[in-house]
Design a protein around this ligand. Structure first.
Ligand SMILES: [Zn+2]
Length: 291
């Protein structure tokens, strides 16, 4: 499932390819945009807010979309996907952009984009450094919620998907089931997650360990029943069906033991980030790091 970093990189790719180009023809098959005709409009900007993609045109319209689980965009040649899956096809001067299986797609006046993304919490992958204290304040508004459920709620913070909801608690040594209001040092956990996703949004791939081999990109995500990479305890997990927030999850019962009050271990986070370029952004991202 695409997360904020993936959508940000997609927006950048569309931008590099088509910004400044005029639309020659558009074919909309999604019933919500069936009257949309972009012919003659020029794409002036693309943006990502959380997991939402925004394409702004010079006629004051914004086409927006959310990829959810299965959606993707084909850029360049005409998409080979079956016609009924091509919800929107746009022919620019130099090639095609096709939204395939995109479950949420629509058009809104650029001045009204707030109606699409206004409900979202601070954006992790935006151009400005997110306000970590504001994110923490939102997270603890419902103190009894499990940590992973709270960070996946895009109204609290926009951008984290399930990979980060599994990996960030591991890095901070906190159970994904720990009630968010009983975590001391929650800001450090959010800072670590923010540093990772912002770095990955710029560089790709979606890597949380800093190791290069593809199978070593994540610490515990997708490794249920395997030994913990840090202490060798067998990892526990929940399936989508059993998880209270309906997403697969994995944790180490030893490193991430639940407690009445759980304290984030800053040394553990620093150790986890040793190999990852995100270490330059943790705990505080400064303007120098963006160069
Ligand atoms: Zn462990």
């Amino acid at each position: 499932m695409p997360e904020g970093d993936t959508v940000r990189r997609l927006a950048d790719r569309i931008s590099a390819r088509f910004v400044g180009e005029r639309c020659i023809r558009s074919i909309a098959r999604d019933p919500r945009i069936v009257h949309l005709d972009l012919a003659g409009s020029t794409l002036v900007e693309t943006d990502a807010v959380g997991k939402w993609l925004l394409l702004r045109f010079d006629d004051g319209r914004t086409v927006f979309g959310h990829l959810r689980m299965d959606g993707h965009l084909d850029l360049g040649r005409r998409s080979p996907a079956p016609e009924w899956k091509r919800r929107l096809e746009v022919k620019f001067e130099s090639g095609w952009m096709t939204a395939v299986d995109m479950p949420v797609i629509g058009v809104v006046a650029t001045a009204d984009e707030e109606s699409v993304v206004g409900h979202l919490g601070p954006d992790l992958c935006g151009p400005s450094v997110p306000d970590i204290e504001a994110i923490v304040a939102r997270l603890v508004e419902q103190p009894d919620r499990p940590l992973a459920a709270a960070v996946l709620d895009q109204r609290n913070v926009a951008g984290f998907g399930n990979v980060y909801a599994v990996e960030t608690p591991f890095i901070a040594g906190v159970s994904p089931l720990q009630p968010v209001g009983s975590i001391d040092g929650l800001d450090l956990l959010v800072r670590a997650g923010s540093a990772l996703i912002r770095t990955n949004a710029e560089r790709g791939p979606q890597n949380t360990t800093g190791r290069r081999l593809h199978e070593a990109h994540h610490w515990v995500y997708g490794r249920r029943r395997q030994p913990c990479p840090w202490c060798s305890t067998r990892l526990e997990g929940m399936s989508e069906r059993n998880s209270p927030w309906h997403r697969v999850t994995t944790w180490c019962p030893s490193c991430q033991a639940r407690a009445e009050l759980r304290t984030v271990d800053p040394a553990r986070i620093e150790r986890a980030l040793t190999l990852h370029p995100a270490r330059k952004r943790y705990p505080v991202e400064t303007a120098d790091d963006l160069s």
